[in-house]
Design a protein around this ligand. Structure first.
Ligand SMILES: N[C@](CCCC[B-](O)(O)O)(CCN1CCC(O)CC1)C(=O)O
Ligand SMILES: [Mn+2]
Ligand SMILES: [Mn+2]
Ligand SMILES: [Mn+2]
Length: 285
């Protein structure tokens, strides 16, 4: 298990008592860039590029040790380094991105310049020509094909992102599909789709804002109409059941964004329960 700076790392004992063999690789420290001026509209590019290079090296090392990595964020821009490092260790992989947002803006389509809304574009082979050069990103090479990406939980997609998703034919189960099909059918179709794509190692990148903000309010970009707690857990149980789970990110837990202590508690305990589902805890006992 690999820990970034996260309030979740204080719950490692729950994984041990759930029967997991846990190796804590500790918190990663990242270089500070006090004068990280925007590059175009992109904010904190130097810090994000440097941190993700460090994270990629760390995830690759943990994978080479033979572990399933759990990267505890931090914001979703960390998906860049986590997925890049995972791919450096295992080669081709599939990504299941559970999120209210598709995080596939490029620096040119992003309206906020926030890099947590852009990680997927930096990873996709098909969008490389759309990316400007950024400082501290020269190490990054694309490692994901659009057809090996599945989204679950989308409900706040920007126009540029929607264009990319349609143009690239990315598999999307938005909240509309979750409502229409039910989470059981969504996961059946997700797993069938991944099976037709050759059963590659799965990288599950889980943004806690995929879950409804009444359950996980301690996050930076909450969006109403999210997954129930039960839906969220069911997703992890079914991905675990494939036997292909090779790395998981649990990101966007931010205690500073909750209005109450109960909001922090609910968010952190939900994130811990989601991770326990990834590592084999079953609600049946
Ligand atoms: N797509 C957003 C949100 C990204 C969320 C990242 B996360 O990791 O949490 O999934 C939002 C852009 N949106 C544009 C319209 C505005 O009215 C509100 C913000 C962006 O900033 O790019
Ligand atoms: Mn996200
Ligand atoms: Mn999100
Ligand atoms: Mn967010």
């Amino acid at each position: 298990m690999l820990i970034c700076v996260s309030p979740l790392s204080y719950h490692l004992t729950e994984f041990v008592s759930a029967g997991c063999e846990v190796k804590d690789y500790g918190n990663l420290t990242f270089e500070e860039f006090p004068d990280d001026e925007p590059v175009g509209r992109v904010k904190n590019a130097r810090a994000v590029g440097s941190a993700n290079q460090r994270l990629s090296e760390a995830v690759k090392a943990v994978k080479k040790d033979g572990h399933t990595t759990a990267m505890l964020g931090g914001d979703h821009s960390l998906g860049i380094g986590s997925i890049h490092g995972h791919s450096a260790a295992v080669g081709k992989l599939s990504v299941v991105w559970v999120d209210a947002h598709s995080d596939i803006n490029t620096p040119l389509t992003s309206s906020t310049g926030n890099m947590h809304g852009q990680p997927v574009s930096f990873l996709l082979h098909e969008l490389q020509s759309k990316l400007p050069a950024l400082p501290n990103f020269s190490w990054l090479k694309p490692c994901l094909s659009a057809k090996d990406l599945v989204y679950i939980g989308l409900r706040d997609v920007d126009p540029g992102e929607h264009y990319f998703l349609k143009f690239l034919g990315v598999k999307v189960f938005s909240m509309t599909e979750v409502d229409r099909l039910g989470i059981g059918k969504v996961m059946e179709e997700t797993c069938d789709y991944l099976c037709t794509r050759g059963n590659k190692p799965i990288h599950l990148s889980y943004d806690v804002d995929a879950i409804d903000p009444t359950v996980t309010p301690a996050t930076g970009t909450p969006v109403v109409g999210g997954l129930t707690y039960r839906d969220g857990i069911y997703i992890t149980e079914q991905i675990r059941h494939t036997g292909l789970l090779s790395a998981v990110d649990m990101v966007e837990v931010n205690p500073l964004r909750a209005q109450t202590e109960e909001g922090v508690r609910s968010t952190v305990s939900t994130a811990v329960d989601l991770l326990l589902g990834c590592f084999g805890r079953l609600r049946e006992g």
